[in-house]
Design a protein around this ligand. Structure first.
Ligand code: SF4
Length: 438
């Protein structure tokens, strides 16, 4: 298995699980690639397609097989891969290692018929030391989120989690879930963890479902995906956190001495400076209500995502908004000296975002990768499109408009659990909110 993150040790969850459970050796030197009969890759981010392109000349006669989060839409890497596993392969990996290539979700790019995303049951054993899967998918329907639309929601048997929490010698246990507070038995687990003097180390929660009890019992950071900067924006994207609730939960967590991390997105459709000003008002309100604490606020540039209702949206990136975020980031330097310390990491700039979008839509060949990597770090999207055109790549169709319902996307041969008609049903919310013409 090739360690794309440049370390000989497994880094991603898939690398850790498959390397330890199946004894798969890790390689991390490009020069080892030609001598390796079958190379396994774990594609974690759409930008990994550029790393693969940089090594594609070393493939020779080897077989390359990939899987991973970003390989669920394999457009960027399909040109160089022999097989791509679409979905998790907890159970199937052994068969793949043994040479079986017959699984229906093991996509062969030279035979691109309809391919189903794999939906296997959640493993009932730890997937890494101290790591157990508590749920997959998500019962909510935030319009931008792959977790809501690519596979049905499923919870681990409660007894499996209880037995693990009670039986493990570890103090910190990672119960993996896209939204822990939505797991039907999470309050029971919270109590069991507390009784055993243990903690859940890695949780992301839905703010509307996070009870006082869960906040009070939490020993680590509170992580909430807020996403939209304003109540209007969150409603449009079907993540309806009311402003009053947002403020109240943040204040409660900080006053209870919890570190807080709230993830926001920018570049949502119809977003304006008024949405931003609402966000600023919320920060000011919370800081006035709390004397101290730590609050991290990362911003992610929204990217319309394949197989979700946002796939029909025109990808947009606002330079004005990223400048506002950067100015706010600067204004918060030293904020812990006079109250809640607010930390805002620098968001992804247009070039990195643009490269991600390209790899959802186009094969990332070495020539295309070179053109995309030569783009300026920060420029308006029309300029990036024009520079790609100068380099011989017409990418204007991706960025020029919203798409009609029957648009032929490059990922249409992948069949997620939710079909196009139902995705479109959700996408119509965006039309009602004025995000999409028609
Ligand atoms: S609550 Fe989180 S994981 Fe669930 S659909 Fe919304 S953003 Fe996705």
């Amino acid at each position: 298995m090739y360690a794309l993150r440049g370390d000989s040790k497994p880094q991603t969850m898939a690398e850790k699980y498959f390397a330890s459970r199946y004894g798969v050796p890790m390689i991390n030197r490009p020069e080892d690639l030609p001598q390796t009969g079958t190379v396994l890759w774990s594609i974690h981010s759409f930008r990994d397609a550029y790393k693969v392109a940089a090594m594609s000349h070393l493939k020779g006669d080897a077989e390359w097989v990939t899987g991973g989060n970003a390989a669920t839409n394999p457009t960027g890497v399909a040109w160089i891969m022999d097989r791509i596993f679409l979905g998790d392969a907890w159970a199937e990996f052994g068969q793949i290692l043994a040479g079986d290539r017959s699984h229906p979700s093991l996509y062969n790019p030279s035979d691109p018929g309809p391919v189903p995303l794999n939906e296997e049951p959640i493993p009932d054993h730890p997937v890494a030391p101290g790591v157990v899967m508590m749920s997959v998918g998500c019962p909510r329907r935030c319009l931008f989120c792959v977790n809501a639309f690519r596979r049905p929601y499923e919870e681990q048997d409660q007894q499996v989690i209880l037995d693990y929490v009670r039986g493990s010698a570890r103090k910190g246990i990672d119960l993996i879930s896209n939204s822990s507070s939505d797991v039907s038995y999470y309050e029971d687990i919270t109590r069991t963890l507390a009784d055993a003097g243990k903690t859940d180390t890695g949780i992301s929660m839905a703010m509307a479902a996070t009870s006082d009890e869960v906040i009070a019992a939490r020993k680590r950071e509170m992580l909430w995906g807020i996403e939209g900067m304003s109540q209007r924006m969150r409603k449009l994207m079907n993540k309806p956190i009311k402003r009053a609730l947002l403020r109240e939960r943040l204040i409660r967590a900080l006053q209870l001495g919890k570190q807080v991390r709230t993830v926001y997105q920018f570049n949502f459709p119809t977003e304006t400076v008024e949405d931003w000003e609402e966000f600023l008002g919320d920060v000011e309100h919370v800081r006035e209500a709390c004397d101290s604490g730590y609050w991290a606020i990362p911003f992610i540039p929204h990217q319309p995502t394949a197989m979700t209702p946002t796939q029909w949206l025109r990808p947009q990136y606002s330079l004005d908004m990223v400048e506002r975020i950067m100015a706010f980031r600067k204004s918060m330097f030293g904020s812990k000296e006079n109250g809640v310390g607010v930390y805002v990491p620098a968001p992804l700039y247009p070039r990195g975002w643009f490269q991600q979008v390209l790899s959802e839509w186009l094969p990332i060949t070495p020539a295309l990768a070179a053109a995309a990597q030569a783009l300026p770090h920060k420029a308006p999207i029309p300029e990036l499109v024009s520079r790609m055109d100068d380099a011989g790549f017409d990418v204007s169709h991706i960025f020029d408009s919203d798409k009609p319902k029957d648009y032929a996307f490059p990922w249409d041969h992948i069949q997620p659990w939710m079909d196009r008609d139902r995705l479109w049903h959700f996408a119509k919310r965006l039309r009602k909110g004025g995000a999409v013409a028609g």
